[in-house]
Design a protein around this ligand. Structure first.
Ligand SMILES: Nc1ncnc2c1ncn2[C@@H]1O[C@H](COP(=O)(O)OP(=O)(O)OP(=O)(O)O)[C@@H](O)[C@H]1O
Ligand SMILES: NC(=O)c1ccc[n+]([C@@H]2O[C@H](COP(=O)(O)O)[C@@H](O)[C@H]2O)c1
Ligand SMILES: [Zn+2]
Length: 284
């Protein structure tokens, strides 16, 4: 194994995937909490946060158009010097597995100018070649090259709340091979959320247990159970959402009258794209 320079910190990019319907103050807090956590270890430097709102093809009930969700996320991060919004995922016509979004962002960091970056939603290397199958390992090939011009590539880690981690256990929602690649090759940063017991969940999953060193659990001590669902509910009832979402987001929602009983009925009765895809995959 190559000797690591103890002074050299591993650079990390945090990627949060979700509906952001709408983005809340708590979504923004996830990034701050994760960054503090990594910096407190003394081993990592968080260089960027990316918010990737899911596309309309996800078909979740009450999901308003990606256009509005991306705009709100951009407004919310306007004052952040390290968190940005990326609309690549939401501009795809089909729903994409989260693993593909991770692959895309990792590939983009490797070759930011690549024009056919869409192709990168497939694995970076051919299967069967063990070493290269680990695209997110910190800097293995570059060290060998000894080329100072080749910058080390940051690790991309999936940032989520504990409910998303626990959703790995919902039948047909996630493919086991996707979960495996996420925890093996990328890594998870999971912020605690009321009602979840992630430690137990990891203990009960062989694959998560195996890769638990790549799953970072961050305890949120200043608990705050804001959720987009509760924001939409308050809006339908004409209640204030001030101080729960950034002022600019609140203003944008009001100006465009985004959340109504009708918007909550969008995709009612439609099967979530992830479930649909996995159900049809398992039939083939
Ligand atoms: N209060 C919270 N604490 C911890 N994680 C959170 C919190 N709110 C959102 N997240 C995380 O943010 C990511 C994006 O979540 P999402 O867009 O589904 O927001 P949400 O508030 O859960 O919305 P909804 O109520 O519509 O499901 C997920 O990983 C989710 O776990
Ligand atoms: N198999 C998968 O990759 C898979 C399954 C379910 C949800 N997801 C993602 O997780 C996020 C969940 O967001 P919500 O909690 O708002 O439903 C979305 O970004 C969605 O694309 C991924
Ligand atoms: Zn959610």
């Amino acid at each position: 194994m190559a000797m690591e320079n103890p002074d050299k910190k591993t650079e990390v990019v945090l990627l949060a995937c979700g509906s952001f319907n709408p983005i809340t103050n708590m979504h923004l807090r996830l990034f701050e909490l994760a960054k503090d956590y990594f910096h407190e270890t003394g081993k990592y430097k968080v260089i960027k946060g990316i918010i990737s709102p899911v596309g309309d093809a996800y078909k979740k009930k009450g999901l308003i158009s990606a256009n509005h969700r991306v705009t709100m996320a951009k407004l919310a991060t306007k004052n952040s010097d390290w968190v940005e919004v990326d609309d690549w995922e939401s501009s795809q016509s089909e729903w994409l597995e989260t693993l593909k979004v991770l692959r895309y962002h990792h590939q983009k960091l490797l070759s930011p100018d690549a024009t056919n970056i869409l192709q990168s939603a497939v694995p970076l290397t051919k299967p069967g070649r063990k070493r290269k199958q680990e695209p997110n390992r910190h800097d293995p090939v570059k060290k060998k090259n000894q080329n100072p011009d080749i910058k080390s590539v940051p690790q991309v880690k999936l940032l989520c709340g504990s409910d998303m981690l626990e959703s790995f256990g919902i039948p047909n929602l996630w493919k086991l091979e996707d979960i495996t690649e996420i925890v093996k090759n990328y890594g998870l940063v999971c912020i605690s959320r009321a009602g979840n017991n992630v430690e137990k969940f990891i203990y009960e999953s062989d694959i998560l247990w195996k890769h638990k060193n790549n799953i970072h659990l961050v305890e949120e001590w200043i608990t705050n159970d804001i959720s987009s669902t509760k924001i939409r509910r308050a809006l339908r009832r004409g209640q204030s959402i001030r101080y729960l979402v950034p002022d600019v987001v609140q203003a944008y929602i009001e100006k465009n009258n985004l959340y109504t009983p009708e918007s909550e009925d969008r995709n009612a009765g439609v099967v979530l794209a992830a479930l649909q895809k996995n159900a049809s995959d398992s039939k083939n």
